[in-house]
Design a binder for this molecule. Structure first.
Ligand code: ZN
Length: 237
């Protein structure tokens, strides 16, 4: 919910105007319930611009009157931008666990949805789950963080590339590697979506220090892989 004061023509007074935000918790739960089929509707409904309404009489502002509203700069940004900006105000631990949970949810929902359409990799976990766990939860997150986020964003920061470009290039390389090694379903769910969360995490914390960026990104990545791996083992039994 965003609020701003303005003149209501119906009330003939200066009143508080409110704009409803999409109910992301509802959309998230409904997406989970429908195995991801709701995600496209969630996106469309979230991007749709909602009208400012008078808090007294409920009448909507005309688009012309909306132009005249003295909105705080932040309120004019799309929700997705405000959503990720909100993360930038958090301290390391709250940032880490919240973004890990969100990234996991987004990536897992995409994986579930895509697995019905796209072929997945034929991994043989039977052979050694222990070794796979070691690779997926300990080695891959550390190595991938150092290469795809650490090195890439370090070099781009040297060239003074803006944050959006740092994230875009890191995601493109991370997604390409996942497409190439694990196929399209994993390329999108882990590569594009997971890659975006890791790149955003790294690019944000690299402004403070590369060490902070490395541990938060690697920890978040390990947590994500660990939960996915556990779910996979659980589902198999
Ligand atoms: Zn009114």
């Amino acid at each position: 919910m965003v609020e701003v004061t303005g003149f209501c023509a119906a009330c003939q007074d200066r009143v508080l105007f409110r704009r409803r935000e999409a109910n992301h918790l509802f959309h998230f739960l409904f997406s989970a319930l429908t195995f991801g089929l709701w995600i496209p509707f969630w996106l469309v409904l979230s991007l749709k611009k909602t009208r400012w309404r008078c808090s007294q009489c409920g009448s909507a502002l005309t688009p012309q009157a909306e132009e005249g509203l003295d909105l705080p700069a932040e309120a004019k940004k799309p929700w997705i931008v405000r959503h990720f900006r909100g993360y930038r105000a958090l301290e390391p631990w709250p940032f880490c666990w919240r973004i890990s949970l969100e990234g996991l949810t987004a990536s897992a929902l995409a994986a579930i949805l895509l697995s019905t359409w796209l072929p997945g990799p034929d991994r043989d976990l039977e052979e050694s789950p222990g070794l796979f766990f070691l690779a997926a939860v300990l080695i891959a997150p550390a190595v991938e963080t150092l290469i795809f986020q650490g090195l890439v964003i370090f070099l781009l920061r040297l060239c003074r590339a803006p944050m959006a470009l740092q994230i875009a290039i890191s995601v493109a390389l991370f997604a390409a590697a996942h497409f190439w090694s694990n196929g399209p379903a994993n390329g999108i769910s882990a590569g594009l979506i997971g890659g975006f969360y890791f790149a955003f995490t790294y690019a944000h914390w690299a402004e403070r220090s590369h060490w902070t960026a490395i541990w938060i990104t690697a920890f978040s990545h390990a947590l994500l892989n660990g939960i996915v791996f556990s779910l996979f083992l659980f589902a198999r039994d």
